[in-house]
Design a protein around this ligand. Structure first.
Ligand code: ADP
Ligand code: MG
Length: 422
């Protein structure tokens, strides 16, 4: 049953009702009690302390050291080994802890460079994240001469086609475009050995499940599946039993997901106007390197950008309704430090890695608990310190409490003297 795709049922929040009739081969979601709770616990302890001890290819090691890494992070010490051993894996680790290199190093190690066939596929939920992953893979894999391509929406299909036909070892992309390439018979998945899904809980959630299922349906039965995220809700872990073969599980308890290094605060506000005033106060009083302000809609993101510009702040704004070339430029400017305040939607909540980000502001609380973790995790990358400030309206107070309770964390009241924050 390993590769059967899910039947989407109504009684689960990952379900997409109305789809079930289209999935005649699908299997029923197994009800709660059938699963052993132990499925939600880690089952892999081995730690490999150095990159050398992983027995990696010389040219790969050179790429890793050349990229600036000296020692593997905790998740790299744990998860690279089982992936190289070709095991399916569900790997959870806190934001900013080096999951990207975990799967990229493992992938580059396992690709047979002598064989120019598509052997690995990496999927990410946004074009921006796919590009970031692709760029890192090119750097870490620099000496290996691997053939690869970034395959996402927003780029010309004709270029994808050309690249794919020239021959590739791996692809990094977004599910929509990859599925499209498969359906057009441009992309063959027959030789795939690895399917890597970053932000896996998002990718197996409502918005992407259908596309991911289409891809999973066409991968070879023995293709290794590797799932990564900082958040792994138990429903998602349970779902994966349908597609994974006795996976290694490296999981983090809910109360250990928030990072010590990110100080969380909340400020009670009455309306948007008082939230704007708070933004001005915050930037006037805190030394900020780079920051991201999150809104829940493109309209709100743009409204914040307009307000901030009126107050003479230099800001940039990003959301999914913008032209791809503008999105690329905004990301490039933010990554290079040319722009310092980014206002965005959940488009940039997950995965985006800018080490200089030391402040995240939730102008509005995210609509799901997981994205709270991902948003604040844009600060405090790889053990750095960061601050997260939540501007909480009276309607949001209960939800703020709920989030803190869920992750057993606290968002302290923002002190009057903002100088006390750093
Ligand atoms: P995650 O996906 O777990 O949120 P990333 O993979 O984006 O985290 O990595 C976060 C940051 O940590 C990146 O800037 C990355 O370059 C850095 N990093 C990852 N692994 C190492 C390592 N072994 N040594 C030093 N820095 C690392
Ligand atoms: Mg990541």
């Amino acid at each position: 049953l390993k590769r059967l795709f899910y039947k989407m049922t109504e009684n689960t929040n990952i379900a997409n009702p109305g789809q079930s009739s289209e999935n005649p081969n699908g299997i029923e979601q197994v009800s709660e009690g059938v699963f052993e709770e132990t499925l939600l616990e880690s089952n892999w302890d081995e730690v490999v302390e150095t990159f050398e001890d992983l027995g990696l290819k010389k040219l790969l090691l050179r790429g890793i050291f050349g990229f600036g890494f000296t020692l593997p992070s905790f998740i790299q010490q744990k998860a690279i080994k089982p992936i190289i051993l070709k095991k399916d894996i569900i790997a959870q680790a806190q934001s900013g802890s080096g999951k990207t290199a975990t799967f990229l190093i493992s992938m580059l190690q396992n690709i047979d460079h002598e064989d120019l066939k598509l052997q690995a596929l990496v999927l990410a939920p946004t074009r921006e994240l796919a590009k970031q992953i692709y760029d890192i893979s090119a750097k870490i894999g620099y000496y290996l001469g691997t053939k690869s391509h970034l395959c996402t929406g927003g780029n010309p299909v004709i270029e994808d086609k050309k690249k794919i036909q020239e021959g590739l070892h791996y692809l990094v992309g977004t599910p929509g475009r990859i599925k499209d390439m498969i359906e057009r018979k441009i992309l063959s998945t027959s030789y795939l050995k690895m399917l890597i899904i970053d932000e896996a809980d998002e990718m197996l959630g409502r918005g992407f499940l259908e596309q991911i299922n289409e891809i999973i349906k066409v991968i070879p039965p023995d293709c290794q599946i590797c799932l990564f995220s900082a958040t792994m809700p138990s429903e998602i872990v349970k779902m994966t039993t349908k597609i994974m073969n006795n996976p290694v599980r490296i999981l983090v308890k809910k109360e250990q997901i928030t990072l010590e290094g990110i100080k969380q605060y909340q400020l009670g506000t009455t309306n948007d106007s008082s939230k704007y005033d708070a933004l001005v106060e915050i930037y006037a009083n805190i030394n900020v390197n780079q920051s991201i302000i999150f809104a829940n809609s493109k309209e709100k993101a743009e409204a914040i950008a307009t307000k901030m510009s009126e107050k003479d702040f230099v800001v940039s704004c990003i959301h999914g309704a913008m032209e791809q070339k503008d999105r690329n430029q905004i990301m490039e400017d933010f990554k290079s430090g040319a722009s310092r305040i980014l206002i965005g939607t959940d488009l940039v909540a997950r995965g985006i890695d800018v080490q200089q980000v030391d402040l995240v502001i939730n102008f509005e609380l995210p609509t799901n608990k997981e994205n709270y973790i991902h948003r604040i995790g844009r600060a405090g990358r790889y053990g750095r310190k960061g601050v997260a400030i939540n501007l909480v309206s009276s309607q949001e107070v209960a939800y703020m409490l709920e989030i803190c309770d869920f992750y057993k964390t606290t968002a302290k009241p923002l002190p009057n003297d903002l100088g006390e924050l750093d």
